[in-house]
Design a protein around this ligand. Structure first.
Ligand SMILES: [Zn+2]
Ligand SMILES: [Zn+2]
Length: 159
């Protein structure tokens, strides 16, 4: 399978042995960005039916530790996984539906945001800013204000 060849290369690149459970779980993460463990169990089983919950948990831990997979956990959410790693991207999280959307990092490398107050003197070395933007997605924002009519473009000249 084409996806498995790419998955096997990715596993070898980080020094992991290629196994069917790892290929199945990595493929599931790649196909379903920000999926929960439960969603990944379902997805991985479509590739490898006899996969136990524990096997998926174990593989997710190994893949996360290897850096192939990133684990995120917005406040109030269960852990979610994604295969988009290494680009320091951030997340928009909807307070309404819990939907998670990737947003590119303006800088592209960590840490892209510095603490407002100097941390000099504390000895603390900042290497990453984990940023979550909270708000409402377009659908939830519209549902929250059903009486609002969509903005009609107006030109200054018409006023
Ligand atoms: Zn929403
Ligand atoms: Zn993401």
């Amino acid at each position: 399978m084409r996806d498995d060849a790419a998955g096997a290369r990715a596993l070898r690149a980080v020094g992991l042995r290629v196994t069917q459970p790892r290929l199945a779980v990595l493929g599931a993460v790649r196909a379903h960005a920000h999926a929960t463990t439960d969603e990944l169990i379902v997805a991985a089983r479509t590739h490898l039916a006899p996969l136990s919950h524990q096997a998926v948990y174990d593989v997710l831990r190994v893949l996360t530790e290897s850096g192939l997979v990133r684990r995120i956990q917005p406040q109030g959410s269960v852990a979610r996984y994604e295969a988009r790693v290494g680009d320091n991207h951030h997340h928009l999280v909807c307070r309404g539906c819990g939907g998670i959307t990737d947003v590119d990092c303006a800088v592209g490398a960590a840490p892209c945001l510095a603490p407002g107050h100097p941390v000099d003197g504390t000895g603390f070395v900042v290497d990453e800013a984990e940023i979550t933007f909270w708000g409402l997605c377009a659908a939830c924002a519209a549902a929250a204000h059903p009486s609002d009519t969509p903005p009609v473009p107006t030109r200054e000249a018409d006023r």
